[in-house]
Design a binder for this molecule. Structure first.
Ligand SMILES: *Cc1c(COP(=O)(O)O)cnc(C)c1O
Length: 221
C-alpha cells in the first residue's frame, strides 16, 4: 500500500467512526503527521490536495516546510510536540496551531510574543494534558488544568481553543479520552486533539475533533 491508498483508507475509517458515533460527516479533522519523513514522501499527498499536517519538532519543520509552502498554497501546519521557550519565535512564524501548551513558562513566553506582534498569524492553541500523569511526558496534570486555563486567559491573554492528550502507551486509551472530554466540557472548549494511528476510532467515539495520524498513512518510522 502506498501513502495515498493509506490516506484514502484512513479517511473512510474516519467517516465510518463519525457515523457510528452519530456525529456529522466531516466533523473530525485529519492531521497527517509527517515527522521524520522527507519532503519527497510528503509531496504526493500535497499533489492530491492534502493540506493539514503535523510535526513534532520545530527545527525539523523549519527545514522541511517553508519550501513546500512556497510550492503549495493553503498548507495548515500543526505543532504536536514539545515547544522549548527559545524556539517560540521560530514556531510562531511557521505553525498555524500549537497543541503543546504545557506549562506556565511557555504561556508567559507566548504572551510576550503576542505583545510584540499583532494577533493575526498567532497560532491557535491547545493545552496538552498529561492524563496519565507520566513524569516523562509533558502536559498539565488533570487536576491543575482548570486553574491553568484560567491563568492563560486572565493573566496571559491567550485564547485557548482546546485540549490535547497522548495516553500512556500501555493503557487502554478510552478512559484518557473520556477524561480529556470531561475537562474540555467543563471549561467550554471546542477542540479535542486526541487519537493516533492505533486508537483514532476510539478517540472519535469519545469526541475527538482532531486526530493526529502518521504511521498508518506514511508507514513505519
Ligand atoms: C508521532 C505522533 C503522532 C502520530 O503517531 P502515529 O502512531 O504514527 O499515528 C501523534 N501525536 C503525537 C503527539 C506524535 O508525536
Amino acid at each position: 500500500m502506498n501513502a495515498i491508498e493509506n490516506l484514502n483508507e484512513i479517511r473512510s475509517r474516519i467517516a465510518e467512526a463519525e457515523h457510528a458515533a452519530g456525529r456529522p460527516a466531516g466533523s473530525v479533522k485529519l492531521i497527517v503527521v509527517t515527522k521524520t519523513f522527507e519532503a519527497s514522501a510528503i509531496e504526493p499527498l500535497l499533489a492530491i490536495g492534502e493540506r493539514v499536517f503535523g510535526e513534532n519538532r520545530v527545527g525539523e519543520a523549519s527545514e522541511k516546510w517553508p519550501a513546500l509552502m512556497g510550492q503549495y498554497d493553503g498548507i495548515e501546519l500543526h505543532l504536536i510536540g514539545p515547544l522549548q521557550s527559545n524556539k517560540v519565535r521560530d514556531a510562531l512564524g511557521l505553525f498555524d496551531v500549537v497543541h503543546s501548551l504545557d506549562r506556565v513558562s511557555l504561556a508567559k513566553e507566548l504572551a510576550k510574543q503576542l505583545e510584540r506582534d499583532d494577533r493575526s498569524g498567532f497560532p491557535r492553541l491547545r493545552v496538552q494534558v498529561n492524563t496519565g500523569e507520566e513524569p516523562q511526558k509533558g502536559g498539565i496534570a488533570p487536576d491543575a488544568v482548570d486553574a491553568f486555563l484560567q491563568d492563560c486567559g486572565s493573566k496571559f491573554g491567550l485564547d485557548v481553543e482546546g485540549l490535547m492528550c497522548i495516553p500512556p502507551f500501555e493503557d487502554a486509551p478510552a478512559p484518557h479520552f473520556a477524561l480529556l472530554r470531561k475537562i474540555a466540557e467543563r471549561n467550554r472548549l471546542q477542540q479535542l486533539s486526541m487519537g493516533m494511528s492505533a486508537d483514532f476510532e476510539t478517540a472519535i467515539k469519545f469526541g475527538a475533533t482532531e486526530v493526529r495520524i502518521g504511521s498508518a498513512i506514511l508507514g513505519g518510522r
